[in-house]
Write a protein that binds this ligand. Structure first.
Ligand code: NAG
Ligand code: NAG
Ligand code: NAG
Ligand code: NAG
Ligand code: NAG
Ligand code: NAG
Ligand code: NAG
Length: 497
């Protein structure tokens, strides 16, 4: 860390680093027209449906770690409850338990489950604005609407959005769900979605709008061997009529890396992240034309379990994806929390805070208190810069170097020069997120603390999720409206403007 304190001013000492490179990005003094408005609560968790009671009652890090977000937001962080198992769940009004299922291996998700009224008591118990997913795949409206009305009676004040079905584009190809009739193309799915929505709205009554529309796994024809049609445009412009649209409060999609590469250096690349999000401006615009927000109801690094998600490079991708998503107008991202101790993208396990949490927290640290964001790099290289505004003035900038570093050999570094800063500004303070390599994970530090990922020199305590250690704020001088920051391969730096 000390090295950075010495590299004040204009990047002294860089000459000895063969891999050094440089970028110069502006910090517009006023909110550019291309900036987008920020939601004050931009990041929350999505809890896999069958695991929601466990997360709330039996996994000790859930509540303390979510408090870190609530502290930033000044309000309980928004949550979503849903996922593949919402379409395997049967509501049983006589069940005393929160949820009932059997698995042979605790690392597996159940193929069927039942849940009872107490399941919904946990929603006001936690007290967050909640997006709640119900079963459409099994095609039992009686059961699903009975469950929704029970949720209404127990948790109405907290129900922000209701989702009828998770990733319906995969119902036929992947899961063979009863509702999906072959070939299950957009005509069929759209008609079924609209019919369910209207039927639900007639049963539900008020408040309305309440529904989340879409919920597709994929943003179009983007992956081999997957349905090629998921298409919010069809849903909005063809399938939904005015009555269904009036009951739809937000449009939604899911996003995991659109590839099956296992190469971290490719997957964490800023331009790859930008490319994965390139389908979404259209959906944001379509939603906006209906006066609705667009959200990512479920996201994480990779959709199929990939160990790289738990590594530091994955944490950096989470920051980058969140901020690019915000800068194209996506209102909120719900980061999925799957089977405990199994899903690599989870924010914590039963025993430790995982690195994806560091990434999500760092992104929230950059975004909170802001009202607008703009990406000021072109999105074509590995070096990202976002500027966050409040009340018309630049508040923070975050610089992300998404170059990979294996941990051996010389570590590359990039000099970011920020231009257009207010003249006469004193030195700027900055908080660095770093780790010894892109490859370390939270377990790496258990035997050797030097392997830890840190935010401003601090780590999250595995007992209570508190940030511990002394916070290290770096200082860099502003000279003639410019300031220069050295960011090593696989690091992020939050600059307070
Ligand atoms: C609670 O967590 C413990 C340890 O992680 C686990 O063995 C147990 O099965 C869990 N119980 C429930 C009801 O989830
Ligand atoms: C649908 O749900 C209702 C209410 O829970 C139940 O009585 C009925 O048996 C279910 N239908 C099927 C086909 O499973
Ligand atoms: C979808 O399949 C149905 C049933 O085969 C068919 O009537 C409809 O034209 C198809 N839609 C598209 C867009 O291919
Ligand atoms: C709107 O579409 C739904 C679902 O297809 C249908 O049930 C409803 O009758 C339609 N409403 C109007 C006013 O056309
Ligand atoms: C995975 O990658 C291989 C090799 O690049 C490619 O042939 C295959 O189609 C990919 N599969 C998916 C599902 O993306
Ligand atoms: C990152 O993406 C850019 C643009 O697509 C590409 O030129 C570069 O080779 C990629 N780097 C890695 C390590 O994949
Ligand atoms: C985490 O890193 C350790 C080495 O420090 C390694 O043994 C372990 O397999 C890694 N875990 C995952 C999930 O990649």
């Amino acid at each position: 860390m000390l090295k950075y304190h010495l590299s004040f001013g204009l990047g002294m000492g860089l000459a000895s680093h063969a891999a050094a490179s440089a970028v110069t990005y502006p910090v517009p003094a006023t909110v550019p027209t291309s900036a987008v408005e920020l939601d004050p609560y931009p990041i929350g968790p999505s809890f896999e449906f069958f695991m929601w009671p466990s997360y709330m009652t039996n996994i000790s890090l859930t509540l303390p770690c979510l408090s870190r977000f609530s502290e930033l937001y000044g309000k309980t962080a928004p949550i979503r409850i849903g996922g593949t198992t919402q379409d395997r769940a049967t509501y049983d009004p006589d069940l005393d338990a929160y949820v009932s299922y059997h698995v042979d291996d605790p690392l597996e998700a159940p193929m069927t489950l039942t849940y009872g009224p107490k399941y919904f008591d946990l929603i006001p118990g936690f007290g967050a604005k909640t997006m709640l997913g119900f079963n459409r795949g099994d095609n039992n409206r009686t059961n699903t609407f009975q469950a929704a009305l029970a949720a209404k009676s127990k948790a109405l004040d907290y129900l922000d959005l209701i989702e009828l079905g998770n990733e319906p584009d995969l119902y036929y190809y992947y899961w063979g769900k009863p509702v999906a009739v072959a070939p299950w193309n957009e005509t069929q799915e759209g008609a079924d979605a609209a019919d369910w929505a209207q039927d639900f709205l007639d049963t539900w009554g008020t408040p309305s709008p309440i529904l989340s529309g879409g919920g597709y796994a994929l943003p179009g024809d983007v992956m081999p061997d997957m349905p090629s049609w998921p298409n919010l445009k069809y849903l909005i412009t063809e399938a939904y009529n005015e009555s269904v649209k009036a009951g739809t409060k937000a449009y939604c999609g899911h996003l995991y890396a659109l590839s099956n590469s296992t190469v971290m250096a490719e997957e964490m690349n800023h331009s790859k992240t930008v490319s994965d999000l390139s389908h979404f401006p259209e959906y944001v615009a379509l939603s906006a034309a209906e006066g609705r927000k667009y959200i990512l109801g479920e996201t994480g690094f990779h959709g199929l379990d990939d160990p790289m998600d738990a590594k530091f490079g994955g944490a950096l991708q989470v920051i980058d994806k969140t901020l690019w998503a915000m800068s194209i107008g996506i209102q909120r991202l719900y980061y999925h929390q799957g089977t405990i101790n199994q899903a690599f993208f989870n924010w914590w396990s039963s025993s430790q805070v995982e690195l994806p949490f560091y990434g999500s927290y760092m992104a929230a640290l950059a975004l909170h208190d802001g009202d607008h964001i703009v990406a000021t790099d072109p999105g074509t290289g590995p070096y990202a810069q976002y500027v966050i505004y409040r009340c018309g003035k630049p508040l923070k900038a975050i610089l992300i170097n998404t170059d990979y570093y294996s941990g051996t050999g010389e570590r590359g570094e990039t000099t970011f020069t920020l231009t257009g800063l207010k003249k006469g500004l004193p030195a700027l303070k900055a908080l660095r997120m770093t780790a010894p390599s892109s490859e370390v994970n939270a377990s790496s530090a258990s035997s050797d603390p030097a392997q830890a990922a840190t935010i401003g020199g601090q780590v999250f305590d595995n007992e209570n999720c508190n940030l511990v250690g002394e916070q290290d704020l770096e200082q860099v001088k502003v000279v003639g409206g410019r300031a220069t920051f050295v960011v090593a391969a696989s690091e992020a730096l939050l600059v307070y403007l």
